[in-house]
Design a protein around this ligand. Structure first.
Ligand code: GLN
Length: 484
């Protein structure tokens, strides 16, 4: 087994036993990137020098005579990759957009700082849909990422680079962001674990905002236990992000390892997520996963989330609205590179935003501006917010009956590159099962559910999604462990 194939838990033991060094582990990940990334294109930047320096520092700590092998070194010397919409001081941070082509981040996101303090080794930055707008990573200004399990297919999106990198063992874990499924859907398409924590559980400081009311930073990893370890190291309140929640995070890995069965737990299967239109193979596979939980002692309950069908329309009003506002800052002056001289300020914006943004970003800015404009605000944005409240209520009511919800993450396995890119509506429908938890700010995870046949290629992975009440990451991870 190559070192880059290890899980965090496995690598931790080997590092602490001094069987391997962080430098060796890091070199093995860098070698894998060199070997595969010309085909997969998961990385937008590889910082070999910075990574080896961080690895050497970790090795120094581990080999010191006063080093104690205890739980406080979860991530010391562990190599990871970070989605390129998250600021990394001194390194280019592009959001996969041309408008930030030469942008060097002047500070690091809080998550990156926390990982640095924990001694994790940042290998580089991963590809995404431009500004995280998309579900396939085809909207990157730097070209699409390919699914490592079938290079003709998408890895999902928008954290497609982060998912593909974990699936192809370029790193031990990666950091992504999820606004409306962008961690869970690519995790499902690439066969890895993807966790979107509760809104406010992890600081967004240093994440380039897409939809501030649903943006969450989260984790892509090889196992549930690894996910718990990373969450422990990035969760918690932050003075620099007023939307973080003050509750002290649990010791997730410890809580996950404690549980031996699911007796007394109720798992809800919402009928709206298992409609007859759903691919029967996907439906069957996900129901098999639910049976696993039953075997572990849980009770399965069928219930209804009647407002589910409004998830996509609501999401695609609210998201573009917030995007049109958040992306106003990329004007080529304060933010973003100015490429052309102009006659006046208006023309300057027109030229630079015209060149700098890709078609999907422009579509969303236009849709959002329209939805927020006088005369349409009440009919679109305000109405969408009202329906959002009903979607939240659906979940609140469901959690009076059950502890966790179980659904498919995606309606089908990864589709082919190019297959849907010219059809924005079909692409938006990819998010059918993932936007609900985002609109309600709930924690949700995608856990690999095995492979399903495809009509035009090899069998491909799909994921089971679990959704829990706000701040119940522990419960979510505990149930996820039984699916694994
Ligand atoms: N597919 C969703 C979208 O295009 C997901 C975005 C996200 O979570 N960043 O908006």
């Amino acid at each position: 087994m190559n070192l880059n194939e290890l899980s965090i838990v496995e690598a931790r033991i080997k590092l602490d036993n001094k069987e391997i060094s962080s430098r060796e582990l890091t070199l093995s990940c860098l070698a894998q990137i060199k070997k595969l990334d010309s085909e997969i294109q998961a990385c937008l930047l590889v910082d070999e020098e910075g990574a080896l320096m961080a690895a050497d520092q970790a090795d120094k700590i581990i080999s010191a005579s006063d080093y104690q092998v205890d739980a406080n070194h979860d991530l010391l010397g562990i190599p990871y990759l970070c989605k390129d919409i998250i600021m990394t001081k001194g390194l280019r941070t592009t959001a996969a957009s041309k408008i930030l082509e030469n942008y060097i981040a002047p500070y690091s996101a809080q998550v990156v700082k926390k990982l640095q303090t924990a001694g994790a080794v940042l290998l580089g930055k991963t590809n995404l849909d431009e500004f995280a707008h998309g579900a396939s990573t085809e909207n990157s200004a730097y070209g699409p990422t390919h699914n490592p399990l079938d290079l003709t297919r998408v890895p999902g999106g928008s954290s497609g680079g982060s998912a593909a990198a974990v699936a192809s063992n370029m790193c031990l874990f990666s950091i992504g962001s999820d606004t409306g499924g962008s961690i869970r859907q690519p995790a499902s398409f690439c066969g890895v674990v993807g966790l979107k924590p509760s809104y406010g559980r992890v600081s967004r400081f240093g994440l380039l905002s897409m939809t501030s009311s649903t943006d969450v930073i989260g984790i892509l990893a090889k196992t549930v236990e690894d996910t718990a370890l990373v969450l422990k190291n990035i969760a918690g309140p932050d003075n620099l992000d007023a939307t973080t929640l003050s509750d002290t995070p649990d010791n997730y890995p410890q809580e996950v390892s404690k549980i031996t069965n699911l007796k007394g737990l109720k798992i809800g299967l919402p009928t709206e997520y298992f409609l007859k239109e759903l691919d029967p193979l996907v439906s069957q596979r996900i129901k098999e996963q639910a049976e696993k939980l039953k075997t572990a002692g849980a009770e399965l309950v069928t219930l209804s989330l009647p407002y589910t069908k409004y998830g996509i329309p609501v999401y695609y009003i609210i998201t573009p609205s917030e995007i049109s506002s958040n992306l106003a800052r990329f004007d080529g002056i304060g933010w973003g590179s100015a490429q052309e001289k102009a006659f006046d300020l208006h023309e300057f914006y027109e030229i630079n935003r015209g060149i700098g943004f890709g078609p999907e970003v422009k579509r969303r800015i236009m849709l959002g501006t329209y939805a927020l404009s006088a005369g349409y605000y009440d009919a679109y944005y305000k109405k969408a917010q009202a329906v959002r409240t009903l979607i939240i209520k659906d979940f609140t009511q469901a959690f009076q009956q059950v502890d966790v919800l179980l659904t498919p993450t995606t309606p089908h396995p990864a589709f082919k590159i190019g297959e849907q890119i010219d059809d924005p509506l079909t692409m938006y429908l990819e998010d059918i099962f993932v936007t609900g938890a985002s609109l309600a700010g709930l924690p949700a995870i995608s856990v690999p559910a095995g492979l399903v046949p495809t009509k035009d290629g090899p069998e491909m992975p799909i994921g089971t999604q679990l959704i829990a009440p706000q701040l119940q990451e522990t419960r979510l991870l505990q149930v996820a462990k039984f699916l694994e």
